[in-house]
Design a protein around this ligand. Structure first.
Ligand code: ZN
Length: 44
């Protein structure tokens, strides 16, 4: 079965921080794809 690439990535991204690439521990996904460190550092 060929699923949407987005569906596939959705399952992988939440595991890694999109900012630094660190592995994200089991946390609330409502924050997005950032680790605890990046969540505390607002860089914009
Ligand atoms: Zn990070």
């Amino acid at each position: 079965m060929i699923q949407s690439s987005l569906e596939f990535f959705k399952n992988l991204l939440p595991k890694k921080c999109v900012n630094c690439g660190e592995d994200i521990e089991e946390q609330h996904e409502c924050y997005g794809n950032k680790c605890d460190k990046c969540l505390g550092v607002i860089e914009e």
